[in-house]
Design a protein around this ligand. Structure first.
Ligand SMILES: [Zn+2]
Length: 104
């Protein structure tokens, strides 16, 4: 039985619960890392705590973006196109997740 409290309207909670499928890269007792489905560069990952809900009220689920910077054109740019997202195919994300898991 999981003791993680879930807010049904919070997409991050639903990812933790596996109600929303995600491409998980790494998981610990307290955190989950999964691929952003609109990555800025390959391997763009979001890291979230599994249980941010220590009080009775659900606050916005804190999340961190980890964005690889493989070269000058990809990743975060110092220009007007700072947040340039792509929409890769599911299979592409799955392959990236496998590649990353192999390196952890
Ligand atoms: Zn949440």
């Amino acid at each position: 039985m999981s003791s993680v409290k879930v807010d049904e309207k919070c997409p991050f909670c639903l990812i933790v619960k596996d109600t929303i499928p995600s491409h998980k890269v790494h998981e610990t007792e307290h955190t989950l890392a999964f691929l952003d489905i609109f990555p800025i560069s390959e391997g763009h990952t979001q890291v979230i705590p599994k249980c941010q809900d220590l009080t009775s009220k659900h606050v916005d689920h804190v999340h961190f973006h980890v964005i690889p910077k493989p070269n000058e054109k990809e990743g975060l740019l110092l220009s007007e196109e700072v947040w340039k997202q792509k929409k890769p195919e599911k299979e592409e994300l799955a392959a990236t997740a496998e590649k990353m898991k192999a390196k952890i």
